[in-house]
Write a protein that binds this ligand. Structure first.
Ligand SMILES: [Zn+2]
Length: 177
């Protein structure tokens, strides 16, 4: 994600991303937001929910370290967000439970949203070594070796051509309506 978007998220949601600039020995959040910009609005919506829930949690626990996000990344084609919160009493705080619910809902939305452009997408998992969520156009670009999150001019290794020939024989997946 672009630095300006990263900065904006951290500034807008200071409780949620309180550890953004902490050391890597403390948090994975030091690596920033490891998702493509097609998912920006999903991350923003989730961040808004988490920020509100953290504020609510703080009214009940004013003297404690509040839950915060420890990592934001794409993994196996889904938006994965991890909270840094250890429930020592395992008391199932309903506010924390609501945070996890919001995180899971955001992951479900990401499975229907192109990582690259934010258009309706399909979770591409059939016979794929990497699970990704893309619209048809960006799926085709991805197969041709383009990556939104790395050097898009980079040539891909031979294995990708082998993969493409395998994929040609598979019927094209259609986005769910
Ligand atoms: Zn797309």
């Amino acid at each position: 994600m672009k630095q300006e978007l990263d900065d904006r998220l951290v500034k807008t949601f200071p409780l949620t991303y309180a550890d953004r600039h902490k050391d890597k020995t403390v948090t994975c959040m030091c690596w920033g937001f490891n998702v493509s910009e097609g998912w920006l609005s999903i991350v923003e919506d989730l961040s808004q929910k988490l920020e509100t829930l953290i504020q609510e949690w703080l009214t009940k626990n004013p003297d404690k370290e509040h839950p915060r996000v420890a990592q934001v990344k794409e993994k196996f084609g889904l938006l994965r967000v991890y909270l840094d919160y250890y429930d020592s009493k395992r008391d199932g705080d309903p506010t924390v439970a609501a945070m996890w619910s919001a995180i899971n809902e955001a992951a479900a939305v990401s499975a229907k949203t192109c990582e690259w452009c934010g258009s309706p997408g399909v979770f591409r998992s059939e016979k794929m070594p990497w699970k990704k969520t893309f619209c048809d156009d960006h799926y085709a670009l991805w197969l041709s070796g383009k990556r939104p999150w790395v050097d898009t001019n980079k040539e891909f290794p031979k294995e990708i051509d082998d993969l493409k020939s395998i994929l040609k024989s598979i019927p094209k997946e259609k986005p769910a309506s």
